[in-house]
Design a protein around this ligand. Structure first.
Ligand code: KMH
Ligand code: ZN
Length: 297
């Protein structure tokens, strides 16, 4: 099996400071978390931006730049995966700002960025709050995003929330909008998408192998299934994403004090199961990334 790529999703747009005081929301704190996650075994950080004065998600490119510069200072070799999902947690009007979401690609020309593969009801539920929107990603939008990714040499991490979206990726690959080998993030457990069960993850794994034979995948299971799904991904030859964007607990009722605590748990699982962890450069080779030299931050 390939070495395991661990992604740390450091802050996201949905988790609130009211939910956990450990959520990093300033550029310095986000970058410190990136450093610690790298030390713990993460090769990639998935990034949204937060307005440091409010702690709320933002697509402000100036704030993104500050975060990216701070990360680069602390860990120059880390792969930064930027979100084009935008501020999903802030409301439908914000989320639907298509040009704002894609603007991040020409600005920073990242090696890797998220590309959401379809539309869905997006319902979030924690003990403290619920929130809902229609997460709209039409084929026209996905194609438009894909072209922008290609222009800047950014590899799409195709976010797959249900099995039909693997077929969407295949159709887009056939049209030439996506270039194989395709890399996917299976997001399991959002209400509105596929639920986080071992059978469903196995199904996504097999379906992806059937439709897109040379593809790779990682799993992200928001909520309490984050760590069990990471464990299964290690066994199946997939990769794993953890972090406070998706899950704030190390176990029931015990808050993770840092993203790196979650990364450490996955690194330990991999060690116990005999699978090595990818360094950022190994992850670059596995994913076929252009390299850090041509990013503009
Ligand atoms: N918050 C995740 C469940 C993106 O950033 O493009 C979805 C996500 C999408 O990470
Ligand atoms: Zn995200």
């Amino acid at each position: 099996m390939e070495n395991l790529i661990i992604t740390a999703a450091l802050t996201g747009s949905e988790t609130r400071l009211e939910d956990t005081p450990y959520l990093p929301t300033t550029p310095e704190k986000i970058a410190d978390e990136a450093f610690k996650a790298r030390e713990a075994g993460a090769a990639v950080v998935h990034l949204h931006a937060r307005d440091p004065s409010t702690g709320k998600a933002t697509t402000d490119l100036k704030i993104f730049r500050k975060i990216l510069v701070e990360i680069r200072k602390r860990c120059p070799d880390l792969i930064v995966n930027l979100s084009t999902g935008g501020t999903i947690g802030r409301g439908p009007e914000e989320q639907s700002k298509r040009d704002e979401r894609i603007g991040i690609i020409p600005e920073f020309k990242p090696e890797l960025a998220s590309l959401n593969m379809g539309s869905m009801n997006y319902f979030l539920r924690t003990d403290a709050w619920t929130w809902e929107c229609v997460f709209a990603n039409t084929f026209a939008d996905i194609e438009y995003f894909s072209k922008t990714f290609a222009q800047h040499g950014t590899k799409p991490e195709c976010e797959i929330y249900d099995s039909g979206m693997i077929n969407n990726a295949k159709i887009l690959a056939e049209k030439g909008a996506l270039r194989p080998p395709i890399h996917m993030q299976f997001v399991v457990g959002i209400l509105g998408g596929i639920s986080a069960t071992p059978e469903n993850l196995m199904h996504l794994h097999h379906y992806a192998a059937e439709l897109l034979p040379d593809s790779s995948w990682s799993v992200c299971a928001p909520g309490r299934f984050e760590l069990p799904m990471a464990n299964l991904a290690i066994l199946l030859g997939g990769h794993a994403r953890v972090g406070l964007e998706d899950n704030i607990y190390v176990r029931k009722g015990v808050l993770a004090k840092s993203n790196s605590e979650l990364v450490k748990i996955v690194a330990r699982m991999a060690y116990d199961l005999g699978r090595d962890i990818a360094t950022p450069d190994e992850a670059r080779k596995i994913l076929g990334l252009k390299g850090v030299e041509s990013v503009t931050f």
